[in-house]
Design a protein around this ligand. Structure first.
Ligand SMILES: C[S@@+](CC[C@H](N)C(=O)[O-])C[C@H]1O[C@@H](n2cnc3c(N)ncnc32)[C@H](O)[C@@H]1O
Length: 282
């Protein structure tokens, strides 16, 4: 299975390292900041218990719920969109029209899910930027022949969500983690610490993350540790992360160099370090 959406902060490039550092056995699995889901989709065989996925973004959750409920309906809507896009003479205008349709569609249904996938795959780098009125304003990505979706992958994801009875929620992460019990594995991948993001911004939610938001994720990590959950926490190597974790013996902090390619501007393709913080021995 592959992610269905392109997502800022997607972990595909870190997967090798993440896999090396997983606990030997994973019973129940929680991913409270699910995003594109690159982690779960590449390690689902390892999980033997229940799977809980959560994200605060309503559109994202609407996409997964529609993939689970009626993948064929979603696929037929996507096929129509793709065909019309490939045929259209002015692809930018077609994109802008569909973005307008998405912003005007007030119900979270299969039409909205199809439009969301379409915009995500034809805009610039999958970045779903919103303005202060919660409207998506991401520009056209100049793709002439985008893949947009793969029927076989959507069907695999759908069957996985159904057969494994995955619990999908649209809550704040702290609330979604109330169900995490001793021995459960939690992969926490919140938006990045802002002092590290000077060249690009997390704008996939209307509200920006502040220092207080990060303090809260650290508190939640602390609570989960006390509860006996096994947690892997991913972020960028910022001064805030260094201050909080470098001297606390209960956590192991691993640095992973990574090249970000979020901007068209070549200067913005800089090498940064990501960190994986573990509260267990790997
Ligand atoms: C770095 S991304 C996760 C990327 C994901 N691991 C992947 O591979 O695509 C962070 C996610 O956190 C979500 N998010 C932000 N604030 C949240 C909150 N308070 N509760 C739950 N999810 C939240 C965002 O919508 C976004 O999808």
């Amino acid at each position: 299975m592959k992610p269905v959406l392109k997502w800022v902060g997607g972990k595909t490039r870190l997967m090798k390292k993440i896999k090396e550092l997983l606990p030997d056995k994973i019973r129940n699995y929680h991913e409270p900041f699910f995003g594109g889901g690159s982690v779960l989709f590449s390690l689902e065989d390892k999980i033997t218990g229940r799977i809980y996925i959560n994200d605060y973004n309503k559109d994202l959750i609407n996409v997964y719920k529609n993939i689970r409920k009626n993948p064929r309906e979603l696929i037929s809507k996507l096929k129509l969109l793709k065909r019309a896009y490939l045929k259209s003479k002015d692809k930018r205008a077609f994109y802008n029209k569909k973005r307008k349709n998405l912003n005007e569609n007030k119900t979270f249904n299969s039409r909205r899910a199809a439009l969301y996938i379409f915009i995500n795959k034809t805009n610039f780098n999958g970045i779903m930027i919103k303005d202060k009125n919660d409207k998506i304003v991401s520009g056209w990505g100049q793709h002439e022949k985008p893949e947009i979706f793969k029927v076989s992958n959507i069907m695999k994801v759908s069957s996985f969500l159904n057969t494994r009875n995955v619990i999908i929620t649209n809550l704040d992460y702290e609330k979604s983690l109330k169900k995490a019990k001793k021995g459960d594995f939690v992969f926490m991948d919140p938006p990045y610490v802002p002092d590290d993001i000077t060249l690009w911004k997390d704008r996939y939610l209307k509200q920006r993350w502040t220092t207080n938001d990060f303090e809260r994720t650290f508190d939640v990590l602390e609570q989960l540790t006390k509860r006996g959950c096994l947690v892997m926490f991913a972020n960028s190597l910022s001064s805030m992360i260094r201050r909080r974790f470098s001297k606390d013996k209960r956590f192991k902090m691993l640095k992973v160099p990574i090249k970000r390619t979020i901007s068209r501007n070549k200067k913005a393709r800089v090498i940064k370090h990501e960190v994986l913080i573990l509260n267990y021995k790997a």
